[in-house]
Design a protein around this ligand. Structure first.
Ligand code: NAD
Ligand code: LMR
Length: 324
């Protein structure tokens, strides 16, 4: 089988350390598909990156065809069919994700341009680096020859957090939870919505009371990233790498007939969300193309929460307009 090129940025960082070995082992594309990992980090991290490449080779993974390391995005993105844009500064204690906009935005303008020139025209590009929604918008706008529908921001970690929390509350297996929806800017304004979620096929809101939903579930999901930083002193990495793999698997292999996932994509105006911001919607995927789930009822409670997180994205977009 022809090897598939997977590019990963921030490859000397923490999330990548949890991601790369799984990509090399076939966790994304399966045990029969060889992959070439094309790893990018900044020049000062060259030695660390070489070390990571050595370790990858030392595993003798049958699916790892080759590893390329570089500090040049053109080399790292060349002909890649799958791209994970992880490389960016993480926040520390007491910071909001949008505080990272100034330091990280430029990375995505530069990498968008490089992607535009050299990546496979059919590549699927997942942005992980924060603030992830606006970084994705910057990348899209700097890659005008690529299809904007081939870019997404990762909100799968919030989705998984919400599924796990709900399953725990209902004392069922996580596989019994379906139709979780995360509407969001990936920030503390995000809205994990249980209105359409099902537990063992029954509405989630019949399983839990409104008090728990509003005062426990929603704020816990909204602040889980901070909570991890408080406990570990650094931001989530293992769970983020896992979410990145799951997001990409859904994008490549599709979603089950009776379920959907959350992905942040360029808004087409669905559910009244302004066009031209990258917003997390419930989506289904078939043959590598996503569709925003149509026709969900949005009540006044949900509408207010959607407006709040959309407003924040509009402000972030305004702050980076020079890069768009
Ligand atoms: P890290 O600091 O461990 O690693 C980041 C790596 O990116 C470093 O090796 C750094 O040298 C590299 N880098 C910086 N500028 C680069 C550039 N221009 N090109 C290539 N590489 C570059 O951080 P981490 O813990 O791996 O987190 C990475 C990012 O992911 C952060 O912004 C973090 O906030 C974000 N994150 C997002 C989610 C999400 O759900 N979307 C979850 C967790 C973390
Ligand atoms: C998360 O949700 O864990 C990440 O976005 C990291 C962070 O800064 O919270």
């Amino acid at each position: 089988m022809t090897p598939i090129r997977i590019a990963v940025t921030g490859a000397a960082g923490r999330i990548s350390y949890s991601l790369l070995f799984r990509l090399a082992a076939g966790d994304l594309l399966g045990p029969d598909q060889p992959v070439i990992l094309q790893l990018l980090d900044i020049e000062p991290m060259a030695k660390v990156l070489q070390g990571v490449a050595l370790e990858l080779r030392d595993c003798a993974f049958p699916t790892l065809h080759d590893v390329v390391v570089s500090h040049d995005p053109h080399q790292a993105f060349a002909e890649a069919e799958i791209v994970f844009l992880v490389g960016a500064r993480p926040r520390g204690p007491g910071m909001a994700r949008k505080d990272l906009l100034k330091v990280n935005a430029g990375i995505f303008a530069e990498q968008g341009k490089a992607l535009n020139r050299v990546v496979s025209s059919d590549a699927r590009i997942l942005v992980v680096g924060n603030p992830v929604n606006t970084n994705t918008l910057i990348t899209i706008r700097n890659a005008p020859d690529l299809d904007p529908r081939h870019f997404a921001a990762m909100t799968r970690l919030d989705h998984n957090r919400a599924v796990s929390l709900l399953a725990g509350r209902c004392q069922v297996a996580v596989t019994e939870v379906r139709r979780m929806t995360i509407w969001e800017n990936h920030s503390a304004t995000q809205f994990p919505d249980l209105t359409h979620a099902l537990v063992q096929g029954r509405p989630a809101l019949e399983w839990v009371d409104q008090e728990w939903y509003e005062n426990d579930f929603i704020p816990v999901v909204q602040h889980r990233g901070e909570n991890v930083i408080e406990l570990e002193g650094r931001s989530s990495a293992g769970s983020a790498a896992h979410a990145a793999i799951e997001h990409m698997r859904s994008w490549i292999f599709g979603t089950p007939a009776d379920d959907w996932v959350s992905m942040a994509v360029l808004s087409d105006g669905s559910y009244g969300i302004s066009e031209g911001v990258v917003f997390s919607f419930p989506v289904t995927v078939k043959e590598r193309e996503f569709e925003i789930v149509p026709g969900l009822e949005i009540d006044a409670f949900c509408r207010e929460k959607l407006a709040l997180t959309e407003q924040e994205l509009l402000q972030e977009r305004e702050a980076v307009k020079a890069l768009l």
